[in-house]
Design a binder for this molecule. Structure first.
Ligand code: FMN
Length: 371
């Protein structure tokens, strides 16, 4: 009921707050036999972490994963996997000034209205610190998806404020470039422009929104459950559950509004689909094409520019949020979006295997065309 668990067969429960002693997760339903070691988590957690560049929050967490259960001699056993990360760089005094005040645009007011009590330190449970455990759980999902099906999930920053990648609309993304800069940006030549932009924004004490795109390659046809467990519905829900996400598109998304049927439908030839406006999903079921999604992230509300709000005493006040914050939360959201897509695919893969594992491969099967 309180929705701290995500997924049906690969069920991930996260716990912990931004400035509590630790954050963690329990993964129930993980297939046995997956090789996993604490160091496997390092790469993706470092991609999500703060303090890795000047362009994100300067909080510096070690993000060392302790595996408490469910792994024996380096392999998952099929029993619940418990992972824990200690919080080592919480600076709660930064939040003393806003403990009694609701930051506009943050979750302070709504948590207060719902629970009548809240942990204001670092945003408590509403902090994106929680997403660390989603990324950790998805390391296991990504590994299984890759080993079993050759599935890969990649994200990139597709817009930062008003800046878009200097690329033709249908251009292939070079993920080596995306991974080579702190913005997850697909065009290396634009990185100095982004640096300049974020530096100026930080100086002005403001923040800005962003768009993140995600693509999953290698997803076989047939995954997803009609009617209420549609793959696109579950992706939308999973991506919308990321902090600060205000919009989700699958495939052509809102651009479909201006398209004609003759343009939008992805025609089929024996050598594959001729386009991918559907984002690899038809009737809630994967078609074998790339699964594509895009999310809009709002600008972080914790900024230095004073804003109007109210406090617990019922007074109108001015708020100015100090502390270590992300001038553009969309930058670090890239690995989180990948993680949510991987977790949905993992869960849907197990659900498909449970119900339809005995169904013979249907003919004709079109090759997995990229678009
Ligand atoms: C990676 C990431 C980092 C974030 N960092 C901050 C931050 O430094 N300051 C802030 O005010 N909000 C930050 N947020 C957004 C808040 O967590 C979010 O706005 C808040 O919980 C309210 O939820 P909502 O925006 O989804 O309604 C971050 C979000 C993400 C995804």
């Amino acid at each position: 009921m309180s929705s701290n668990t995500f997924g049906k067969l690969f069920a991930v429960t996260t716990f912990g707050e931004s400035h509590g002693p630790a954050i963690g997760c329990v993964i129930d339903g993980c297939p046995p036999g997956i090789a996993i070691a604490p160091e496997d988590f390092a790469h993706d957690l470092a991609r999500r972490a703060t303090g890795k560049s000047r362009y994100t929050s300067q909080r510096r967490e070690a993000d060392e994963v302790e595996i408490l259960s469910g792994v024996y001699e380096g392999r998952t056993t099929g029993t619940p996997i418990a992972l824990v990360i200690r919080n080592t760089d919480a600076r709660s005094k930064d939040y003393a000034g806003i403990a009694d005040t609701f930051r506009p645009g943050h979750a302070d007011y709504t948590y207060w209205q719902k629970y009548g009590i809240r942990d204001p330190r670092g945003g408590g449970r509403a902090s994106a610190r929680e997403t660390t455990m989603r990324v950790a759980a998805a390391v296991i999902a990504k590994k299984w998806l890759k080993d079993r099906f050759g599935i890969e999930v990649h994200g990139w920053l597709a817009q930062l404020g008003g800046i878009r990648p200097d690329l033709p609309a249908e251009a292939a993304i070079d993920f080596a470039v995306v991974e080579s800069n702190p913005f997850f940006w697909p065009v290396a030549a634009q990185v100095p422009e982004l640096e300049h932009y974020i530096n100026a924004l930080r100086k002005a004490g403001d923040s800005v929104g962003a768009r993140v795109n995600v693509v999953a390659t290698g997803v076989p046809p047939g995954w997803g459950e009609p009617v209420y467990g549609k793959l696109d519905a579950e992706l939308a829900s999973a991506l919308m559950s990321i902090n600060a996400v205000k919009g989700v598109e699958i495939g052509a998304g809102f651009a479909s509004v201006a398209q004609n049927g003759s343009e939008h439908r992805d025609e089929m030839r024996l050598d594959g689909f001729t386009s991918n406006h559907a984002g690899g999903i038809l009737g809630g079921i994967s078609s074998g094409q790339e699964v594509t999604a895009s999310i809009a992230l709002k600008p972080a509300s914790s900024i230095l520019i004073p804003g109007r709000s109210v406090n617990l005493a019922g007074e109108e006040v001015e708020v100015r949020t100090r502390g270590r914050h992300d001038p553009c939360v969309g930058i670090r959201a890239t690995p989180i979006a990948e993680a949510m897509v991987a977790l949905v695919l993992m869960d849907q893969a197990l659900r498909h295997r449970a119900q339809c594992g005995d169904v013979a491969e249907a003919r004709p099967r079109l090759p997995a065309s990229a678009r």
